[in-house]
Design a protein around this ligand. Structure first.
Ligand code: HEC
Length: 148
């Protein structure tokens, strides 16, 4: 009986260790994907280069999640949709990136992107990213959110 209880405790401990190791692993993978595929333009910290037309994502990109069209925009914008990352890696990296560079702006009820959602959104090309962005930003500003 006592043996069994010990076995149980061991199982739980190993399970917890395994889960945190896995999380650390995927964090590292998401970070690497961001650095390889996005940071060349967006900078490692997400500050972008606003003077060269690359918007600052740090401290504001999370606000886009407040509107369905803003949420879609983050996937459909060419930098995301046309990268060589697969849909599963893109979903995981976006979920990681939003908290990494814009934690305070991610709404509390944010439901993480799924692979299927990325697949669906990627299939619909965005014709005019700056115009789409403008529409989303104007709506958000009207709701009182501050965006560049
Ligand atoms: C070659 C440069 C370049 C790369 C690489 C790039 N982007 Fe971008 N990104 C841009 C530019 C320029 C914009 C402004 C919109 C536009 O004109 O496409 C932008 C806009 C965005 C936006 C909208 C942010 C906002 O505030 O409007 C997101 C989200 C985004 N990129 C995500 C990514 C992700 C994720 C990656 C990596 C998978 C990536 N980008 C790679 C250049 C790049």
């Amino acid at each position: 009986m006592r043996r069994r209880a010990l076995g149980w405790i061991w199982g739980l401990m190993l399970g917890a260790l395994g889960a945190s190791a896995l999380a650390a692993n995927s964090d590292a993978r998401n970070r690497t994907n961001y650095l390889l595929h996005c940071s060349g333009c967006h900078q490692p910290n997400g500050d972008g280069r606003p003077d060269s037309g690359i918007p600052r994502m740090s401290g504001q990109v999370g606000h886009f999640l407040r509107l369905p069209e803003g949420r879609a925009f983050l996937v459909q914008v060419p930098g995301t949709s046309q990268s060589s990352l697969g849909d599963a890696d893109t979903a995981a990296m976006l979920n990681w990136m939003l908290y990494a560079i814009s934690r305070n702006e991610v709404p509390a009820d944010f439901v993480p992107y799924t692979t299927d959602e990325v697949t669906r959104l990627r299939a619909v090309p965005l014709n005019d990213a700056p115009h789409t962005r403008q529409l989303v930003v104007e709506k958000l500003r009207a709701q009182g959110f501050k965006l560049d």
